[in-house]
Ligand binder design. Sequence first.
Ligand code: ADP
Length: 259
Amino acid sequence: MIENEPYYLSSGDEANLFQAAWEAKLPVMLKGPTGCGKTRFVQHMAWRLGRPLITVACHEDLFASDLLGRYLLMHEETVWVDGPLTRAARMGAICYLDEIVEARKDTTVVIHPLTDDRRMLSIDKKGETLRAHPDFMLVISFNPGYQSVLKDLKQSTRQRFVGLQFDYPPAAQEARIVAEEGGVSVSVAERLVTLAGRVRNVREQGLTEGASTRLLIYAAQLISRGIDPAQACRTAICLPLTDDDRLQATLADLVEDLF
Ligand code: ADP
């Protein structure tokens, strides 16, 4: 349960759309690059709707039983323990499956019956078919930027969700977010956002992804602790983005131009 309002600066109609989807009991897919505010948005909406939030970071070793639950041996007794998806469906929480494409394909399939109008979850191992609580909502995030066949969602999965598009916030808003979250002045935040704009243009030259809002906040947090801004940008923005020496040199030039 999220007690205090998570800071979220909206850049469009996403909160209304999300709320309407929740009321209509529709599952939602958040699309967008990493570090652009998807998780924060879900936290904010869970708080707004007064629902508990259960987040699962998906990875390639995530099995269906990790989501559904399993029998565990406790005090010489075998007891069933609900997995996060089952718990969310039972209690009426928002279940957020972050980076769903990372999960094994056979794992992704277990969410299917929850996403149609039956809103059922079949827990084979327990022999239970669970009807989801009326307040249950399934939210997944998905980064289409990777553009690899292996990292794509099957149509049979995609077409069960309504989509909300996320992107890096418009410059003025992103500066407000970086100032607020990073503890720097708006003018420093604006310079970081200008740098991000230029770095994001380097994408065409081979960077797979631009600098995320998250990385800008990291740089701001270093600056607010007295680290030289150029150094903070190299540490928090340039180095994490790429291992390619040529691109590193390009990024270093961009930093030097601005700081
Ligand atoms: P994602 O889930 O898209 O990878 P996050 O939601 O974790 O990204 O965002 C990374 C960080 O950026 C957050 O922790 C938050 O500090 C900040 N952030 C991004 N967008 C916003 C926003 N619109 N309002 C407030 N904070 C934001």
